[in-house]
Design a protein around this ligand. Structure first.
Ligand code: ZN
Ligand code: ZN
Length: 696
């Protein structure tokens, strides 16, 4: 695996001095005073005597060129020259001002620069840079090579100045670090054709960008074609290598074709999109020797960690489609309201549930849903869901229905079906979504959800040290029974899952072993949408939030992945995120995972209720050693290691209170914007001398 930051190291330096010191150039004659200076007759002020140098960059210079020009100025100034930096506003046919000791950096509109770039484009071998020195100096290079090019130029230029003024030229032939192998033929360049929709164009621009990053240039080599075909399925894609170096990436919709491009680099080039700002490019040849296709089982995929979810590009790269995503990046599934909406829809109290048998409540709800849909045609799913309490209606009607249905879901589902039936003809593509949560979690005996109803089951009471399909875990057994019953009567179940400890965000929460198994379990039971709720309101995670965020995104796209594949994703992430000491972080995770299997674990308890204090006390030296080692080897990932280490500090403070350490820990989480628990950024009732498990 090779990080972005090492990209430049791959570029092999092949320096070819084409001509050196062969010609001495006389100073250009002064133009007649009455004639305005034109392009061909422009005066070239003599810089040799004055030691004044002017660097000229183009009016549309990239950041790389500007950085290179600034670096060159520093080098020349260090050599005792007076250096000015100008932007070239000259347009062909206009009057051109020449500057003393002109050095053109990158592409400018000046004739010398135009000529060098034209020669680079026509060169028999691809060039990183082409440099010419003389009265007017010009440096042409790709953005990737411009920094090297100014450095090559500076060395030679300063040497030649000392030796006497001469004309010379040099070039560097590009060495391709990786090749694209399609059908056994190697290509170093590629061209792209794409459909005309905005997402196809965006997919093409991302394909171009990442081809550049893995070292494949634009040109007549391999040929990529991007298209959309609904037959592939929503959010799906098929990547197919063909004859003569062709690769087709066909998406089932806009998102699908974009996902296909990112998947191409993941599958064949080893590119990884771990976190915003942390991507790796892989290494070795890019061997496209097989078809790769995926159509996600889950139609709705939501992430709930600010580290990833806070970045739209990260969401798109990782298949998240329930968040505001611009249309050109494929757009998103748009909810009307999200959860606990019934009070708002009916203008009733949120402290209890309204009566779902009351025709007036139904009428109000339908009117509100219709108004919502009329106000925003992009809404495809409307939440009509119970308030966040168990104060359900106990009127005679509701009681009778719930008794007959064997669940409080009875009265709610009849109500939801009535709403869904009302809007069905006018809004055939809209889904009505409701929660099966707490008192409504159990499926009713008689009523079935209509086709345009989505049931969102919540696993809030479950145990997360055991998989949901573990028959020996009583809480999970009940949930599994509910989901099995629901899957018999409903084709669109969404799951609201819980993947962190909401009372102790910072402590170690050993649930990695159940994430994959549960996701597969959901996929196998008709689940079509996933919302794994994490520490959504904490700007940073002091635990393994980033790892969990990445793995959950991977699982939502491919819930059927094998344990081996899951382990590989975890190791790849740990290595990239924590640096070379990642194995001791993995050992820490594995120890907690094994220990947690021995107890039940809900989402509100301190870890000392799951793993015995005595066990944890025995491990203090070992875990301090693990984290010390991780810090020692972290390199530029040190801050990530230190932030994640806070979870171990938290666990220690639960086991053995220590006022000094506790004060340090609290200062750390405050400074790093890590929330203590869902409901408070810092503990509000606590004593530093007491176990952190008692802090509230
Ligand atoms: Zn009622
Ligand atoms: Zn359990």
């Amino acid at each position: 695996m090779t990080s972005l930051r090492f990209l430049f190291c791959w570029l092999c330096v092949v320096l070819v001095l084409v001509t050196a010191g062969c010609r001495r150039t006389e100073p250009a004659p002064e133009p007649p005073a009455e004639k305005p200076a034109q392009e061909t007759a422009a005066a070239v002020p003599d810089a040799a005597e004055s030691d004044v140098i002017t660097l000229v960059r183009g009016d549309e210079s990239s950041r790389a060129v500007t950085d290179a020009a600034i670096a060159l100025r520093k080098t020349l100034e260090a050599a005792g020259l007076t250096v000015d930096l100008k932007t070239d506003w000259y347009k062909r046919g206009e009057e051109m001002t020449r500057y003393p000791g002109e050095i053109q950096v990158g592409h400018t509109n000046r004739p010398e620069s135009e000529e060098l770039y034209a020669r680079m484009a026509e060169a028999a071998e691809p060039l990183d840079c082409l440099i010419r020195a003389g009265e007017v100096n010009s440096i042409a290079a790709t953005d990737e090579s411009i920094m090297d090019a100014v450095s090559l130029f500076a060395d030679e230029y300063l040497r030649q100045r000392t030796a006497g003024r001469e004309d010379w030229e040099m070039q560097r032939v590009h060495e391709f670090p990786r090749k694209l192998l399609i059908g056994g033929t190697a290509y170093t360049t590629a061209q792209i054709t794409a459909g005309s929709s905005e997402p196809e164009k965006y997919a093409a621009s991302e394909l171009r960008k990442y081809l550049g990053q893995v070292g494949i240039w634009e040109g007549d080599g391999a040929a990529f074609d991007l298209s959309i075909d609904r037959a592939v399925g929503t959010d799906g894609y098929v990547i197919t290598p063909g004859e003569d170096g062709t690769v087709t990436i066909c998406g089932g919709n806009g998102r699908g074709v974009i996902y296909g491009v990112y998947a191409f680099f993941e599958q064949y080039a080893g590119v990884r999109y771990f976190m915003p700002g942390l991507e790796t490019l892989g290494e070795g040849d890019i061997v496209v020797d097989r078809e790769y296709a995926l159509t996600p089982i889950f139609e709705m995929r939501q992430s709930d960690w600010q580290c990833g979810n806070g970045d739209v590009d990260w969401c798109v790269k990782n298949g998240i489609n329930q968040r505001d995503i611009p249309k050109k990046q494929g757009g998103n599934i748009k909810y009307g309201g999200f959860v606990h909406t019934i009070a708002g829809l009916t203008g009733t109290s949120a402290d209890r549930q309204p009566c779902f048998s009351d025709p007036e409540i139904l009428e109000k709800t339908i009117a509100s849903v219709r108004a919502l849909l009329a106000s925003d045609p992009s809404i495809t799913i409307v939440s009509v869901s119970q308030n966040d309490n168990q104060n359900y209606c106990t009127c005679a009607k509701c009681r009778a229905i719930d008794a007959e249905e064997g669940s409080h879901m009875g009265s709610l589902l009849r109500f939801i079906n009535a709403v869904a039936k009302d809007i069905e003809d006018d809004y055939p593509d809209v889904i009505i979504d409701t929660l099966a949560y707490q008192h409504t979690r159990q499926a009713p005996k008689i009523t079935k959800p209509r086709d345009n109803v989505c049931i969102r089951l919540c696993s809030i009471e479950c145990c997360f040290s055991h998989p949901l399909n573990d028959p020996d875990c009583p809480e999970n057994k009940k949930f599994a029974e509910d989901i099995v019953e629901w899957s018999k009567i409903c084709d669109r179940i969404y799951v609201w899952d819980y993947v962190t400890d909401f009372c102790y965000y910072v402590q170690t929460f050993p649930n990695f072993h159940v994430l994959r198994e549960n996701m597969r379990f959901f996929a196998e039971h008709g689940v079509k949408g996933m919302y794994p709720e994490g520490n959504y309101n904490s700007p940073q995670s002091g635990e393994f939030g980033e790892l969990r965020c990445y793995l959950l995104a991977k699982l939502m796209m491919n819930p059927m992945m094998t344990e081996e594949e899951y382990g590989r994703h975890m190791d790849e992430f740990l290595r990239a995120y924590y640096g070379e000491g990642w194995e001791s972080v993995r050992a820490y995770i594995d120890w907690f995972t094994e220990q947690a299997k021995g107890s039940h674990m809900n989402i509100w308890q301190p870890i000392i209720n799951v793993v015995r204090k005595s066990k944890l006390r025995e491990m203090v030296e070992t875990f301090d050693g693990y984290w010390d080692k991780a810090e020692e080897l972290a390199g530029d990932r040190l801050d990530a290691v230190r932030r994640s280490r806070l979870q171990w500090e938290c666990v220690r403070l639960m086991v053995d209170p220590d006022e000094e350490r506790a004060a340090w820990f609290l200062a750390q989480i405050e400074e790093r914007q890590i929330m203590w628990r869902e409901t408070s950024a810092l503990p509000t009732r606590y004593a530093l001398s007491k176990s952190a498990a008692l802090w509230e």
